[in-house]
Design a protein around this ligand. Structure first.
Ligand SMILES: [Zn+2]
Length: 414
């Protein structure tokens, strides 16, 4: 049996937000889906996402249309949610329903999609860069251009030209033509579809595209187009853009973010890049200075510790807990101790911010720091390890660190 296709009301009128229809069938899986004889709801296709809205039954139940899809057989499926149990007899085949699409969402989609046609034609006319795909997301849209290079100046020129076409308020007509007729019209892109009749969106003296999407009636209704991120993709260059109210809300969000950043620097928004660069340079230079100071401090402290530690059994055993020292510094100190002296063993710890232990010995000393540390970690409930000459580990809290260091020192004959 050949099922009759859904009559697509949006094909002829993108501004039809209300319509009456007849129920054909209710599908159960995966979600409840309604099939009507005719519909103004746009199903996801050709890069454009679906409309939402409501369908009201004769029993006055309002079904929320959450997604609209194209079935393989040419019918439009309206997936819906009911707020409560609804009268299912009002969805028997042949009963009447009233559909209402969300006009704000439809308007937004018309602005994005028509904006895309204008922009794609601008890239083609200016730089001979064809659009190979179009993607519409909830917050931005993108086109992929078939080009090896795309410069900042080209982006700005295409944006300027697209906005001029919008300002000229050119008529946007819907035309229908056979494939043969269409071949002679000079379409920007002939679709691969095997359909005999093509729907053509005609932006007066600017762009002719075979397209099933919903479009504005005059380019002025697109309002504006703003190009955003560009990135190299496998097939060429991806250009993100926003049109209409989205362009305004995106610019508003950008401005808010930039203003907050500028306030942090007490600067004008246009000076933010320069201020940020300066701040990063300062951070880099301070980090370098700090590293150098830490090195010098560790070397001085190591020298002092070695001077005050007497030799026992032919080696200097340095046992110290340093409060308020980061692990990185403790490691640095252990390094200096075992390099400044050829017979040092260092058992070091820090209690804050993260209680940690560092064991180290000068090269050639006979112990195994990695094994000693592992043993100590088992006692303290921490984790760590290392090599024969240098090992480190963290423990959950500072209790027991002093006692543990003392025990290891005794074992080493200190
Ligand atoms: Zn299109």
């Amino acid at each position: 049996m050949v099922l009759p296709m859904t009559t697509r009301l949006y094909y002829h009128d993108s501004f039809l937000y209300d319509f009456d229809a007849e129920v054909r069938e209710v599908l159960d899986s995966p979600h409840p889906g309604l099939i009507l004889d005719r519909s103004a709801f746009y199903p996801t296709s050709g890069g454009q996402v679906f409309d939402t809205g409501t369908i009201t039954t004769t029993a006055n139940d309002k079904l929320k249309v959450t997604e609209v899809a194209d079935a393989d057989d040419g019918r439009v499926v309206h997936y819906f949610e009911a707020e409560r149990d609804f009268d299912k007899t009002a969805l028997e085949p042949g009963t009447r329903v009233h559909g209402q699409i969300d006009p704000a969402r439809r308007r937004d989609h018309m602005q994005q999609h028509s904006g895309q046609h204008v922009l794609s034609a601008a890239f083609l006319r200016l730089y001979n860069m064809p659009t190979v795909s179009f993607h519409m997301a909830d917050d931005y849209c993108s086109i992929d251009l078939d080009t090896p290079n795309l410069t900042k100046a080209q982006i700005e020129s295409a944006e300027r030209l697209a906005n001029e076409i919008i300002l000229e308020n050119r008529p946007v007509d819907i035309r229908f033509a056979t494939r043969d007729e269409a071949a002679n019209l000079g379409l920007r892109k002939l679709p691969a579809a095997d359909r005999d009749e093509l729907r053509i969106i005609d932006i007066r003296d600017w762009d002719l595209s075979a397209c099933g999407g919903t479009h504005v009636a005059q380019t002025g209704q697109i309002a504006s187009i703003l190009l955003r991120k560009t990135e190299k993709v496998r097939q060429g260059w991806r250009v993100e853009f926003v049109a209409g109210q989205r362009a305004v809300s995106t610019a508003r969000r950008d401005y808010t973010a930039l203003t907050e950043t500028a306030a942090l620097f007490s600067a004008h928004i246009y000076d933010v890049p320069q201020q940020a660069r300066k701040a990063l340079d300062e951070i880099r230079s301070l980090r370098k200075q700090r590293e150098q100071s830490q090195e010098e401090l560790a070397a001085a402290q190591a020298a002092a510790l070695l001077a005050e530690t007497p030799e026992t059994n032919g080696r200097k055993l340095v046992v110290r807990t340093l409060a308020d020292r980061e692990l990185a510094f403790v490691k640095l100190l252990a390094q200096k101790l075992t390099r400044l002296s050829s017979n040092a063993v260092a058992l070091l710890a820090t209690t804050t911010p993260q209680p940690s232990l560092v064991f180290a010995q000068s090269a050639g000393q006979p112990f195994d720091m990695g094994a000693l540390l592992k043993e100590t970690m088992t006692k303290l409930g921490g984790r760590g390890g290392g090599s024969k000459d240098m090992a480190q580990g963290g423990v959950p809290n500072g209790d027991g660190i002093e006692a543990a260091l003392k025990a290891v020192a005794e074992k080493l004959g200190g």
